[in-house]
Write a protein that binds this ligand. Structure first.
Ligand code: NAD
Ligand code: AKB
Length: 338
C-alpha cells in the first residue's frame, strides 16, 4: 500500500498547499538542528528528513526520524534522497557562514551557490511545492543606511558570504518569475541559541559569551564594546521560518528577501545584561578581523514588510533572551558535564 497510498496523500496535500514531506539540508547546524525538531513535532518525525554532510554529534536527530548524509553540491545524491522520501518541500539550511567564508571564499561560493542552484533545479524538475532559502543581514554593506536598514537599499556586501546571500536572493526570485517555483526566505539577524553552537559566523560572540560566562565567568569578546548588531533568539527564528513557509502565498509581495528583526544591542549591553544574573562576570573587548565584517553590517532592521505581509512579530527582547539562555544553557551544560 504504502507507496501508492503515501503518494496519493502527498498529491492531495500538494493540492491543498500543505507541506507534507520535508527535507532539511544542513540539519545538524545551529538553526537546522532546532528547526528539524520543531518540524518533526509539527509534521511528524517520519515526514521530516534531516540531511547533512556530516553525521556526528547530534544523536537526537540522526537516530530519531530519517537522516541522510548528503552533500548539497552532489546533485545526484540530492535527487535520490528527494525521490526516496517523496519530498515535497525543502528547508535549505546548508551553508558556509561569514567568518569561515573569509577564510575559504572559493568553498563558500561552491557550497552556497552550487548547493542552492542544485536545490532549486531539483525543486523545479520535480515540481516541488516550496523551498526555504535563508538569507542574512550579510547582504547589507557599509553603504546601507544602518539605523534601520531599509527593506530595499542597493546591496553591496563586502564579504564572500554576503555576495552569495545577495546572489541567492536573486536566484530565488529568478526561479519564482521564470519557473513559478514557490521560494521563500528571510534575512536572518545573528541567531542566539543554546542547543547547538554556531558554525563560524561574525555574530558568534553573542552565543560564545554565554558559554564563557557560565563556565569561566570571563569572556574575551572579538568585537568592540560599542558594536551594535541585529540579533534574534532561536524560538523567534524558528517561529519566523515556519510562519513564512505556512503563510498564504497570495498575501506575499516579497518572497526571498524579507528583512527580519528581533532585537539590537551592543556587545557591551549584552555583557551588562549577563552581569545582572552573574555579578562577578567580566568581559574584555579585543576586536579581531571579524570586527571589519561587523562594521559593514547595519545596527537595526526595518522589518515592516514581514510584519505587514505575514504578520511577523518577535517575542524576545534582550532581558528575556538573556534570562532564558542562561537557564537553558546551564541546564544543558550540567547534563553534558561541560
Ligand atoms: P551552521 O554553520 O550552524 O550549519 C550549517 C550546516 O551545513 C552544518 O551542519 C554543516 O555541516 C552543513 N554543511 C556545510 N556544507 C555542507 C554541504 N556541502 N552539504 C551539506 N551540508 C553542509 O549554519 P546555521 O547557523 O544553522 O545557518 C543556517 C542558514 O541560516 C544558512 O544559510 C545561514 O547562512 C543562515 N543564517 C544563519 C544565521 C545565524 O546567525 N545562525 C544568520 C543569518 C543567516
Ligand atoms: C554570520 O555572522 O555569518 C551569521 C549571519 C548574521 O549571517 N550569523
Amino acid at each position: 500500500m504504502a507507496y501508492n497510498a503515501a503518494l496519493a496523500e502527498v498529491e492531495e496535500d500538494q493540492l491543498t498547499n500543505t507541506m507534507s514531506r520535508i527535507l532539511v539540508t544542513g540539519a545538524l547546524g545551529q538553526i537546522g538542528s532546532e528547526l528539524t525538531l520543531a518540524l518533526r513535532a509539527r509534521y511528524g518525525a517520519q515526514n521530516v528528513v534531516a540531511a547533512d554532510i556530516r553525521s556526528e554529534g547530534k544523536e537526537d536527530l540522526v537516530n530519531v526520524g530519517p537522516f541522510e548524509r548528503l552533500d548539497v553540491t552532489d546533485m545526484d545524491r540530492i535527487k535520490s534522497v528527494i525521490d526516496q522520501y517523496h519530498v515535497d518541500s525543502i528547508f535549505h539550511m546548508a551553508a558556509i557562514l561569514s567568518a569561515v567564508g573569509e577564510e575559504k571564499p572559493q568553498l563558500t561560493w561552491k557550497v552556497n551557490m552550487e548547493g542552492l542552484l542544485n536545490i532549486l533545479e531539483i525543486a523545479r524538475e520535480r515540481h516541488l511545492l516550496r523551498v526555504f532559502s535563508p538569507s542574512s543581514i550579510a547582504v547589507f554593506g557599509p553603504e546601507t543606511p544602518p539605523d534601520p536598514a531599509p527593506q530595499a537599499p542597493p546591496l553591496h556586501p563586502t564579504t564572500m558570504y554576503g555576495v552569495t546571500k545577495v546572489s541567492g536572493e536573486l536566484l530565488g526570485e529568478y526561479y519564482i518569475h521564470r519557473f513559478g517555483l514557490d521560494v521563500r526566505g528571510v534575512r536572518y539577524p545573528g541567531i542566539i541559541s543554546s542547543a547547538t553552537r554556531p558554525g563560524g559566523g561574525t555574530t558568534d560572540y553573542a552565543v560564545e559569551i554565554f558559554y564563557a560566562a557560565l563556565k569561566n565567568k570571563h569572556y574575551e569578546c572579538f568585537v568592540r564594546e560599542d558594536t551594535v548588531l541585529p540579533m534574534m533568539y532561536m524560538p523567534d527564528c524558528i517561529k519566523a521560518t515556519i510562519e513564512l513557509m505556512e503563510a498564504d502565498h497570495d498575501s506575499l509581495v516579497h518572497h526571498c528577501d524579507f528583512n527580519l528583526a528581533g532585537m539590537s544591542f551592543s556587545a557591551g549591553e549584552l555583557a551588562a545584561e549577563i552581569t545582572k544574573h552573574i555579578p562577578d562576570f567580566t568581559c574584555e573587548f579585543k576586536p579581531d578581523k571579524r570586527q571589519e565584517i561587523a562594521d559593514s553590517w547595519p545596527r537595526t532592521i526595518d522589518d515592516s514588510a514581514a510584519r505587514n505581509e505575514w504578520g511577523w512579530e518577535p517575542s524576545y527582547d534582550l532581558p528575556a533572551m538573556t534570562a532564558d539562555m542562561l537557564s537553558s544553557l546551564s541546564e544543558r551544560m550540567t547534563r553534558a558535564k561541560l
